[in-house]
Every structure is written in structure tokens, then in C-alpha cells.
Design a protein around this ligand. Sequence first.
Ligand code: NOJ
Length: 512
Amino acid sequence: MAKWLDNAVFYEIYPQSFHDTNADGIGDLQGIIEKLDYIKELGCNALWLNPCFTSPFGDAGYDVADYYTIAPRYGTNADAKRLFEEVHKRDMHILLDLVPGHTSVEHKWFKESMKAEKNEFTDRYVWTDSVWESPEDMASIRGISDRDGACAVNFFSMQPALNYGYYKPEKSWQQSVDAPGPKATLEEMKNVMRFWLTMGCDGFRVDMAGSLVKNDEDGKGTIGLWKKVRSFLDEEFPDAAMVSEWGEPDKSLQGGFHMDFLLHFGPSHYNDLFRCEYPYFTREGKGDISQFVAKYLENYEKSEKKGLICIPSGNHDMDRLARTLDQEEMKVAFAFLLSMPGAPFIYYGDEIGMRYVEGLTSVEGGFNRTGSRSPMQWDNSVNAGFSAAPSEKLYIRQDEDQDRPTVQKQMQDENSLFNEVRKLIRVRQSCKALQSKGEIEFVCVKENAYPFAYVRSCEGERILVVINPSGRDESFSFDGKNGETIYVLGRKAELKDGVVSAPAASVSFIRL
Ligand code: NOJ
């Protein structure tokens, strides 16, 4: 695993919405380059960029039409190369978004595969033998090709599924993972990776990584596929970092991913933290973190420390944190996110508490996700400094509230969320125990109760993290000696006579 992952703190950039430098109302790569110093100032040292390849943007770029070209609205391949260089100059790293599961219907592979005559791309997608037969368990594209058959879709109706084969083929049209078609698809995806890694990116976030091999209930076929990718990378790009959108680290890490996300779907109970009827991280104090911890521990043990379990603040598919938590509650949430093992991922704008913009019509396949994708709020100038275009040209409407948070305001305010997040990242970077690979032992987790606490440790350094998001003072028994408090939010926790006090709405990091 690349050494830099040991203390990586990621920042997710949704390129459409970050910074527009050519006044067309949409963000671009040059805009990202201009804001790298800001990201560095926050303390993040790694980036994940959502898809920036040629696309009709029916799903915000997750419908790729050409894996080898930057979408003109963002710039050129030369701009991407420059971005990688600028990132590296600042001792940072960057992951691109790889979408191996499907393409856009506009991809030339798909157009070729729709033809009646057999050609190189006939088996690049999952097709049945007859237009009257749909692939079971999956929606399909039917009746738009000369070819007789229905093509499985992986997500939206215009995202045909690339063919990596079936774990247990049962029908005549279901190919095995070793058949020539599936093998060629994987080879081409390796070429895509080779292309961008050679140009200088540091790895990939992999979209729907667990979805590639079909009829693969336990994920065995897909794990096997990713193992092949792992050997290819080990051989040609040993430092390339890979994070999966899978949400089941026990599987993805076996497949050779270095990191996997806990997400709003899947078995992780991630939603219990910030996004459910009673989130654990609200002062109301009606939440429960015990199932999250139980599942976390199960994954932690099953993954045998082969890789990192990453907990994001949010992403382009989820509601903004600020939809359920207020600024003070978000500080507590970030103290948790930035003191857990694995690499933390901060979704752009979460560090200033950007809000979910209510009432938007869907843009580029965003639907209810659109409100979490609005343009970044930098300062008090026109369009909050995002773009010099007329406001009605912005591709997604911004938060129009007079009081909307901006980077400028938050940087000036000592008590802002931005400054708290910045401080927390600095604390994390100064203690190995708090970084990616420091061990974790939960020392206080109660069902439907507060506080909760864990000890992070590495090479003899031990740090007790006491978190009480609720509005009530709480305490718990703990066998240990008091030490120096290295971080405190709210009132300080005290460890005395085997009892730790955990004041309402507070967090303390105590060196034991
Ligand atoms: C997951 C991505 O995060 C999401 O935005 C996208 O719509 C689907 N995968 C389909 O690619």
C-alpha cells in the first residue's frame, strides 16, 4: 500500500461545482488548480475527483462516452496533466473516478455492440439473445438496436452494463468470466487505468466496484476480478491507490482494494450516525451508535487490517450533513470522522457546513441529490466567488440565503466549523495513533445511550477519544490514568477514580 495513505485526508471535488474560471457557469480543471492552496490550507493532502471524462452528462458524468478524454467543459487532457503536476508540487495526491460497470449509450463501444453484424464490441456488454428476453434481476435497454437482444443496464436506463461475465452462467447468453468478451472488457479497463496512471494520477475511486460480475451473490466472482487488477497494478503501478464504492470492506479488501467506503447503502449502519430520524450526532440525544460499532468491528476483524475502512462526511449521492446537523453538531461529527482509523473523506463544502439546497429541479440526473451538489461558496462576491457568469447561467442554483456560509467568512471566524476541521486535521497529522493505521478499541459503546469512546493506539502512543454529542452530561467507567488533553471541543472530559466525565456536546482527546 502506498505510504502516503498512512496519513491521507481526502477532499472530494465535484468538478462541476467547485470553481469556474471561464465564466460558463460550470466548474473546470483550471478552477481546481487555483484552489489547491485552499485545500492544502485546510489540511487535506489527497483529492478524489468525480468523473471528468467526455459524457452526455445524463448521470453527472457517471455515463462515460470516452474514457480517454477530459470533457471539454472541464478542459483538456493537457489541463489534467497540469492538475496532476500541481497536486504533486504541493505534496498532495489525486484519485480519478473510474466507472468500470457501465458506459453511456453514446459510447462508441455501445454503438458498435448494437449492430447486427458481429464485431469486436459485440460481447462488450451484457446482451440476451432475443429482444423478448430480459436479463433477470436487471432492467434492460430493448428495441433500439438492429441487434436482436436486450442489453442489461447497471444503473439508469441509459447506462448499459459492461460485460465481465457471470459467476455461474445458466443461460446461453450468459458468458463465463473467462470467456473472450469479458476478458477483453477487463483488458480495456486496465488500459484506461494505465492511460491515466501514466499521465500522473495516483489511483482511482471505483464506482459500483462490487457490481461487475453478474449473478455473484457472495461477490466471489467480482473479488476474483479485482484480484487480477491488483496483480496488474502491483506489477506496473505499485503505488497506485484504490478505493472502492462497495460498502462491504470484508469483500473489497480481499479483492485487493486499499480502501473501502462505509456508505448510505449496504449493511454498515452508516446512516445511524448523521442521516436518519434520530442521528447519533445530534444534541437531541436519541440516537444509537451500537449497531454501527458492531458492524464496524466485524469488518475491522474480517479485513485483518489488509486495508482501510473509510468514513466520508458525505458525498455527491447523500444529503449534506447540514441537512440534519447544525454547526456545533457538525464539529462533534468531524471530531469523530477525523479521529477514526482509515482515511477520512471530506465532501467539498462540508468543511464550511454548506447546506442542502431545497426545492431544486433535477440537474444532470441528480434528482434528490442535486441539493447536495450546488456550487461552492467561496466569498461574498457575485455567485459567492464560484463563477463570473450571470447567476441564471449557473448550472445548479446556489444556496441563496443571505446567511449562507462561505470560505471567506469562516476563515475569519475563530469559532467556525472550517477552523475546527482545520484544527482537527492538524491534531490528527501530529499523532500517529490517530492516523489511518492506528489501532482502535471501543471502550464505551452502549445501546441507545451516550457517550461513546475509543482508544486509538500506535507504537506505544495511546489516545482516548471521548465523544458525547448529546445535550446531557454523561460519564462511563474506564480503567486508566489521566494524561494530557490534546484536543477539546466544549467542556473538557475528566478521568478520575476510574470514571470519565463526558460533558454535554463535547469531545476530548486524552493522551493516556
Ligand atoms: C455511484 C455514483 O456515486 C453515483 O453518483 C452514480 O449515479 C452511480 N454510481 C452510477 O454510476
